[in-house]
Design a protein around this ligand. Structure first.
Ligand code: UDP
Ligand code: MN
Length: 571
């Protein structure tokens, strides 16, 4: 009896162990052969098919895209037309972002209004931006979508889009759809302010018209905004390549910044001890123009500066204003939005100045895009940079000549905003938010254009055909020089250093790549003279537009060179 019980027990045990072993073998096989991946991609494929089921409904809308050359859009429009309206995107965020649960407010307290303003966007691209947004945003939070056509040439686009979208989303009643068309182009800045004016949600998201939001984009942003009402946030932007439209992973080690010319730059950052790539991080400015903010904060800040025209500088201005007036900016890497970064502007800028206006010739000759950006930058410098605006003018001397004659477009007045919100001076931003700005001139003794007798020292051409000459100080491309405090090097932005070829019979001026410890690149500042340390000769312009080296003669006008900005009293 006990013997047979024993046998049965052994049998049972053996059975269980065989079963476990088989399960283990199957598990190993599944993992090794990539069967899990296969299963996942099957599921994704199924989703993709479901999403593209509705694709044919949009064909009618897309096929009415007017034919335009490639330069009109600056991306592969044909490919865009042939891709699914909503396509699967690779998961680019850190895997811990997928595992986390986000602390979200009740949907009735966090209604989102998305504002998209577009000018001359391809129909398929705009549609992909919108449909992807609707399908990847929790329905209960997506309160409304405000689409503003900023005077696009495709005049039938907006009405057709309205018809299709209204039909598609009428049944579920969400999101609320608002369409508005500027018969004449009014620019991105005006249009985004108008979008915000039409909005009724708690939060605003400003989105470009060539974006694809990735899965789970909203929750990480919303969580941050509800934790801290002073905050405005950007997602981490994943680049979409303009020709292949392939979706790539953005870089978590970059933040948004700007230089003294008020140009946007990505700045490198380093992780703090124990900080992970998934954690939100502060950033001096937003990631490009894509940002989310509470409608109330936006209102308190008086929105985007309406004196800025068409495109450019508005999100830098909002960022400076936000930081100085009690706000904060974060980039949230668990939230990913794809954006097409184009190599050049696809759109024209309306002319800034009419021919009759009396202006410096160089300003008249600026391209409209440059003229607009320069004017917008000058407004920002005058509004927020306090005494540091002289650094801006040092780098952009022609901005001084720009007449501002601000039209009374609104009551927008930076001085009033500063008083209302008790804003800090600009210096505060340099100390607490953007130390990079300080570093940019910390070890310089002078910078900007270098002028002698009304003409500026300029490097023309490219390596190896470089030419050193004197030119008009107002041309936008005129060389900006940096005189380095310790090394005495006089360098251009391309890291070329003014040097003296002492081996030649007569010491000759030359340009060479800047190298540390190169004594031939060392200059001394003697009042307004520039004396070459090794040869003791001075930079000279004895005849019109001729540069050479000669014996230093105190008070010689031809040896007097002024930088746009001198940081130190000269010996
Ligand atoms: N845009 C607009 N009106 C204009 C210029 C641009 O509505 O006069 C739109 C444009 O279609 C895009 C957004 O503003 O959706 C941002 O412009 P763009 O993508 O060219 O800027 P970038 O991403 O290069 O900074
Ligand atoms: Mn864009």
């Amino acid at each position: 009896m006990s013997g047979s019980l024993h046998r049965r027990l052994r049998c049972c045990l053996l059975g269980i162990m065989t079963l476990l072993a088989m399960q283990f073998v199957i598990l190993v096989l599944v993992v090794r052969l990539g069967l899990i991946d296969e299963l996942i991609s099957r599921r994704l494929l199924l989703q993709q098919q479901q999403l593209s089921l509705h694709q044919h409904e949009w064909q009618d809308f897309v096929t009415h895209t007017p034919d335009q050359p490639h330069a009109f859009y600056q991306y592969n429009r044909q490919l865009s037309d042939n891709l699914a309206a909503v396509r699967l995107l690779p998961t680019t965020r850190h895997e811990s972002c997928n595992r986390r649960r986000y602390a979200l407010p009740h949907a009735s307290l966090a209604k989102l209004s998305v504002v998209i303003s577009f000018h001359n966007e391809a129909r398929s691209m705009l549609l992909r931006t919108i449909l992807t947004l609707i399908s990847r945003t929790p329905q209960e939070y997506l309160h409304e979508l405000i689409v503003i056509d900023d005077g696009s040439e495709d005049v039938g686009l907006l009405a057709s889009l309205e018809r299709h979208l209204t039909a598609a989303y009428a049944e579920r009643g969400r999101p609320r759809l608002i369409f508005s068309r500027n018969l004449n182009r009014k620019g991105l800045i005006w249009s985004r302010n108008e979008g915000a004016r039409l909005a009724s949600g708690h939060y605003l998201l400003f989105l470009d018209s060539h974006c694809e939001v990735n899965d789970g984009w909203l929750e990480p942003l919303l969580e941050r905004l509800t934790l801290n009402s002073r905050l405005a946030v950007s997602p981490l932007l994943d680049p979409i390549e303009p020709e292949t439209l392939s979706y790539m992973a953005g870089n978590e080690l970059l933040k948004g910044g700007f230089d003294w010319s008020l140009h946007f730059h990505w700045l490198p950052r380093v992780l703090a001890d124990k900080e992970t790539l998934a954690q939100p991080y502060t950033s001096p400015v937003f990631a490009g123009g894509i940002l989310m903010i509470s409608r109330e904060s936006f209102r308190k800040l008086h929105g985007f500066n309406p004196h800025l025209e068409i495109w450019g500088g508005e999100s830098i201005e909002l960022a400076i204003k936000l930081w100085l007036c009690g706000g904060q900016i974060e980039i949230v890497p668990c939230s990913r939005i794809g954006h097409i970064f184009r190599a050049a502007h696809a759109f024209e800028f309306p002319p800034q100045y009419d021919q009759e206006q009396e202006l410096e010739q160089e300003l008249q000759q600026l391209g409209s895009a440059q003229a607009t950006y320069l004017r917008n930058s000058k407004i920002i410098a005058e509004s927020w940079l306090d005494e540091y605006k002289y650094l801006f003018y040092a780098l952009k001397p022609s901005a001084r000549e720009i007449p501002l004659n601000l039209r009374p477009v609104s009551t927008y007045d930076p001085a009033q905003i500063k008083a209302e919100l008790k804003c800090q001076p600009f210096d505060w931003l340099m100390r607490h938010v953007s130390p990079e700005l300080r570093l940019q001139h910390a070890n310089l003794s002078a910078l900007g254009t270098l002028r002698n007798a009304g003409r500026c020292l300029h490097v023309a051409g490219t390596v190896p055909q470089l030419q050193l000459l004197l030119t008009s100080c107002h041309s936008l491309q005129v060389t900006q020089w940096h005189l380095h405090h310790e090394s005495g090097q006089l360098s251009t932005e391309q890291r070329l250093c003014l040097a003296v070829d002492a081996a030649a019979k007569q010491p000759q001026l030359s340009l060479e790549p800047c190298r540390a410890g190169q004594t031939g690149q060392h200059w001394l500042r003697r009042n307004t003279q520039l004396q070459h340390a090794r040869t003791h000769l001075c930079l000279d312009n004895p005849l019109k537009d001729q540069l050479l080296l000669s014996r230093c003669r105190p008070h010689a006008v031809s040896q007097s060179f002024q930088f746009a900005l001198e940081m130190e009293a000269q010996s």
